[in-house]
Design a protein. Structure first.
Length: 246
């Protein structure tokens, strides 16, 4: 399931690094250790998979790597900077400009059209220098490439699951991020559509050089990754080649 990277191992540098990262929370009278001292390095332009059962801690780890959830302990470095030592505005700028997020339940805004959803990160970030017309053209072109050119003015509740996830991918790419963090991106889709979404993400990695991290409980066998890990009970280890773990 692994592949030799087209960029060359010696040229790859870290974009995200976790050092002894942990996350604990209270559940009633009990303490839950969701992530336990994880050390992980994510290379720029690489494609990484983290697989494991529900509750293994993989989504919590992903959210900490993306600046969404502060660790209980340890350090998260993004391009060498400790993101949880930054102030809220600085961390928000990293999330908006340098990271794209794709979620299992799409997280699209139902009151806006498909085109408006895709434009939203650029409108919020306000750094592209493009006019609104320019942003509309860019978003429309991305949707056209996703096979959704006829859906621009539709509201998101009118979409199928596969269409909604393609809109979410286009939105995540709107600000040309360096890395996409994908949390169960095919969890709500059937196997055929799930394979199509994996193919889209693979092509984005191949053509744009965008780093991609996918956490999932089910990995489609036809797609290969530069690096693969298994997460169990908050602990991370290198994938051993056996799909029985999921």
């Amino acid at each position: 399931m692994s592949r030799s990277t087209r960029y060359g191992t010696n040229n790859m540098t870290p974009i995200i690094k976790t050092i002894n990262v942990s996350k604990s929370y209270r559940q009633g009278q009990s303490r839950v250790d969701a992530v336990k001292g994880v050390d992980l390095t994510i290379e720029k332009a690489g494609m990484t998979a983290i697989i494991g059962h529900s509750g293994a801690g993989k989504s919590t780890l992903l959210h900490m790597m993306g600046g969404l959830d502060r660790p209980s302990g340890g350090t998260v470095l993004f391009d060498g900077k400790d993101i949880y030592r930054l102030n809220d505005r600085e961390r928000s700028l990293i999330r908006n400009r340098r990271v794209g997020f794709i979620f299992q339940f799409y997280n699209l805004l139902q009151e806006f059209t498909v085109l408006e959803n895709v434009m939203m990160p650029a409108l919020i970030g306000r750094r592209s220098g493009m006019s609104k017309a320019g942003l509309m053209k860019k978003a429309a072109g991305m949707l056209e490439n996703m096979g959704l050119g006829r859906r621009l003015d539709h509201k998101t509740p009118e979409l199928s699951g596969g269409e909604a996830q393609r809109v979410a991918i286009a939105r995540a790419l709107m600000n040309d991020p360096e890395v996409l963090l994908c949390d169960e991106p095919t969890g709500n889709l059937d196997s055929a559509m799930g394979a199509q979404i994996y193919g889209i993400l693979y092509d984005i990695n191949k053509t744009k050089g965008t780093g991609i991290i996918i956490v999932t409980h089910h990995l489609h066998k036809s797609h290969q990754f530069d690096t693969m890990y298994v997460m169990r009970d908050g602990l991370l280890k290198t994938y051993d080649g056996s799909l029985e773990v999921v």
